[in-house]
Ligand binder design. Structure first.
Ligand code: NAP
Length: 248
């Protein structure tokens, strides 16, 4: 069976590294991005130059029509996806709840939660044996923040990831008989640009003393776990939570 993977937020950070690793493992790779088409195209070119097969798809995952159009484009250009990594996500600047605007809350829940739900829904329609699919695997990207709560920084972000944890538990049971596995990874502090985008480029260095392994994680340490959970090596694992967090 042709392996086709969609990685949301595949233009940067954990998603971009996962895309490159997936290509090495024989997937045709669909890289979703929101705004940074230069970064997305750079990853696509790198994969194709190295003999893999990659394509970029622009869509804001928080907008239902854009998600539907993206999946239709993938169907038409490449085929039915067999794997989904619900990776796209944002953090806003560090604030206490008393200072957070309603607009901020709407935005972060729309991208981190609704976006992942919409992509999972469309993926199931392609993967499920009930819809003439061949089964598949979904990995959701949560965060250790869902357990730690991220007080004084971004409890909104932590709560969006709590929603992803719960969605994984329920959805894994809903689609188990459809031959779809659904698991969640909770990265700890990983060295990507998400921290500078949220206004604190030095965050990893600040928090590393609280991490038992005393360092931030590399994106490929998360990517390897994602690819393993997607693979047949994890064929009896569904509804599971895997912490990739240096022990935090
Ligand atoms: P990143 O480097 O900032 O990359 C984020 C990606 O998400 C980019 O490709 C971005 O695309 C995309 N994106 C943002 N908003 C989008 C939208 N509305 N629609 C579609 N794509 C969108 O982030 P990262 O650190 O790799 O994080 C990836 C995931 O891991 C996130 O879910 C994050 O919450 C989670 N995580 C990260 C850490 C960490 O320490 N880095 C820890 C725990 C969990 P554009 O560039 O085109 O906008």
């Amino acid at each position: 069976m042709n392996k086709i993977i969609l990685i949301t937020g595949g233009s940067d950070g954990i998603g971009a590294v996962t895309a490159q690793l997936a290509a090495k493992e024989g997937y045709s790779v669909c890289i979703n991005y929101h705004q940074n088409h230069i970064a997305a195209n750079r990853i696509v070119e790198k994969i194709n130059d190295e003999g893999g097969s990659a394509y970029a798809f622009q869509a804001d995952i928080s907008v239902e029509s854009e998600v539907i159009d993206m999946f239709t484009s993938i169907d038409n250009q490449i085929g039915r996806i067999t794997a989904l990594v619900n990776n796209a996500g944002i953090i806003e600047s560090q604030q206490k709840l008393v200072d957070m605007s309603g607009e901020r809350l709407q935005k972060i829940f729309a991208i981190n939660v609704i976006g992942s739900f919409l992509c999972a829904r469309e993926a199931i329609k392609r993967m499920s044996v009930r819809f003439q699919g061949n089964g598949g695997s979904i990995v959701n990207i949560s965060s250790m923040a869902s357990r730690l709560g991220a007080p004084f920084e971004y409890i909104d972000y932590a709560a969006t990831k709590g929603a992803i944890d719960s969605m994984t538990v329920g959805l894994s049971k809903e689609v188990a008989e459809d031959q779809i596995r659904v698991n969640v990874i909770r990265p700890g502090t990983i060295i990507t640009d998400i921290h500078s985008k949220a206004g604190e480029p030095g965050r990893v260095d600040r928090v590393k003393e609280f991490i038992p392994m005393k360092r931030g994680g590399q994106p490929d340490e998360v990517a390897k776990a994602i690819l393993w959970l997607l693979s047949d090596e994890a064929s009896y694992i569904t509804g599971a939570t895997l912490d990739v967090s240096g022990g935090r």
